[in-house]
Design a protein around this ligand. Structure first.
Ligand SMILES: *Cc1c(COP(=O)(O)O)cnc(C)c1O
Length: 352
């Protein structure tokens, strides 16, 4: 097999971290009951309750699109609406799944310059229309960290949840990279979720070092009513549930969830620091988690591509570099060196 040299186009390019892999291997012994009625699944759910310091309801889904969509569907009737940022994954990258699984709850998109939703933006959308002809606002979703790599502080989340409470809205958090936010803030998972007024969290496992899997945590028990049926109907109930659950046990009990995220954030911080003062290259957003967005001339970006680097430019309007749990510091150094060299000597014409 050809070895694919490490790239930072997506944190999903990475493989499975050792702790998740070891737990999968341990779970791969003998027969256990199916559909979540097994010891691995209850141990993983308990590990979440311990980590969050609260008796939350825990469910497991295969991916983030399903986790977000089903969680939002649980908060809304079909005639309701969900307020999100214009950068939100639910709006830009889920192929209409939130609307589909909620049977039509409409996303109300707030124009946010940097991907962060604000209390004012929520209030404007939630109070703009209250007549019978407009879908009734019922939920707000925020992404922590945002698609642009920004982290909501505890105070910002509390301010958002205060507006939600006032206006009768539920607060959902898309935590596809939730661990990176905890690492960045140095706070406990509880501080930026239920203690700050978040009702439902989708905690990403895939980008944190698992092969596959996201957890949905309901901090409000009544909102979780019948959620297992919703998951089953959506094709998200794993029959061999132990293999979705065990890697969580590996990540959470070992602390790898946080160590993985801390390492990824540190790599992003290194690249971010290297860009400061580099002529022709700007940070499109401050580097706060594991993402770096660069604004540079087409010549510089082509120069990076010519040196073999892959990156996305369709997210956040800039060249995105995303660091995973296994980001190789030597490759980060190589990227920094190549960026410096193309910034000082941009490729003027790329051979075709
Ligand atoms: C990756 C990601 C998801 C989940 O995507 P899936 O491909 O459905 O697993 C959700 N939200 C955000 C912000 C993401 O970056």
């Amino acid at each position: 097999m050809q070895q694919f040299i490490q790239q930072f186009a997506s944190d999903n390019y990475a493989g499975i971290c050792p702790e998740a892999w070891a737990a999968m291997e341990q779970a791969n012994q003998g027969h256990v009951p199916a559909y979540g009625d097994d010891a691995w699944t209850s141990r993983a759910a308990d590990a979440f309750r311990t980590l969050f310091g609260t008796d939350c309801e825990v469910f497991f889904a295969f991916n983030g699109t399903a986790a977000n969509s089903l969680a939002l569907a649980a908060l809304c009737q079909s005639y309701h609406s969900v307020i999100c940022s214009s950068f939100a994954h639910v709006e830009t990258d889920e192929c209409g799944a939130p609307e589909f699984f909620s049977n039509g709850s409409k996303l109300l998109v707030a124009p946010t310059p940097d991907g962060k939703l604000t209390p004012d933006a929520v209030r404007a959308l939630a109070t703009g229309r209250s007549d019978i002809h407009f879908p009734k606002p019922r939920a707000v979703t925020i992404t922590q960290p945002t698609e642009t790599g920004l982290v909501y502080t505890v105070a910002e989340i509390k301010a958002l949840s205060a507006v939600c409470r006032e206006l009768g809205l539920h607060l959902h958090m898309d935590g596809a990279r939730f661990a990176n936010a905890c690492a960045a803030l140095g706070c406990s998972p509880a501080d930026i979720t239920w203690k700050a007024g978040v009702d439902v969290l989708c905690f990403g496992g895939t980008k944190n070092g698992m092969a596959v899997g996201e957890a949905i945590l309901f901090f409000n028990h009544s909102q979780a009513e019948d959620f297992e049926w919703r998951c089953k109907q959506a094709g998200q109930l794993a029959s061999k549930m132990r293999f979705l659950a065990a890697p969580w046990v590996g990540l959470l009990e070992s602390g790898a969830w946080l160590a993985n995220a801390t390492h990824a954030n540190e790599c992003a911080a290194r690249l971010g620091a290297a860009v400061v003062g580099l002529e022709g290259v700007e940070l499109a957003y401050p580097v706060q988690a594991n993402a770096v967005f660069l604004t540079a001339s087409p010549a510089i970006l082509d120069g990076l591509r010519a040196k073999g680097w892959r990156f996305y430019t369709f997210i956040g309007g800039a060249a995105r570099f995303m660091f995973a749990w296994d980001a190789d510091p030597a490759r980060v150094t190589a990227l920094i060196d190549d960026l410096r060299s193309v910034a000082t000597q941009p490729v003027l014409a790329v051979a075709v």
